[in-house]
Ligand binder design. Structure first.
Ligand SMILES: Nc1ncnc2c1ncn2[C@@H]1O[C@H](COP(=O)(O)OP(=O)(O)O)[C@@H](O)[C@H]1O
Ligand SMILES: [Mg+2]
Length: 132
């Protein structure tokens, strides 16, 4: 998908969401995880500005029907790190949870999470392969 297609797809996905929902966004640096999270948030009705949570680890957004938590697990290395983040409470909240680098949660990601993978397309820097 081109960037515009990805954003339109993400917004449509966001419009159809209802809490609770957990969405895992996989892909390398620059694959478009945050871009897609922004589109999902916009579709869901988030009014806050959505940025990469790389340093804060968790961002919480308002303006939507339910709370939206946006996580970046890149720096998470253990189950203890995940617990310190409040992972269990986030999953138990009646919320939309968007997770970048979900691989770092290993087995802690619930089986009913929606999994979306973004990949660069060799030779086409403007495109991403999207699978879910
Ligand atoms: N088809 C595309 N889909 C998503 N992002 C794209 C696409 N083409 C180019 N880009 C660019 O790639 C970058 C993706 O960054 P970002 O969403 O922060 O990725 P990640 O969170 O996976 O590191 C952005 O600068 C975006 O404009
Ligand atoms: Mg990101």
């Amino acid at each position: 998908m081109a960037r515009g297609e990805l954003v339109a797809w993400g917004a449509a996905l966001g419009r159809g969401l209802s809490a609770p929902a957990i969405i895992a966004l996989s892909g390398d640096l620059g694959a478009g995880k945050t871009t897609l999270a922004q589109a999902i948030c916009a579709g869901y009705g988030v009014l806050d500005h959505v940025t990469s949570p790389t340093f804060a680890l968790v961002h919480q957004y308002r303006g939507a029907p339910a709370m939206v938590f946006h996580l970046d697990l890149y720096r998470i290395e253990s189950a203890a790190d995940l617990a310190n983040l409040g992972w269990d409470d986030l999953l138990d909240a009646n919320a939309i949870v968007l997770v970048e680098w979900p691989e770092h949660a290993r087995g802690a990601l619930p089986p009913d999470a929606m999994r979306i993978a973004l990949e660069h397309v060799p030779g086409a820097p403007e495109l991403r392969r999207v699978s879910w």
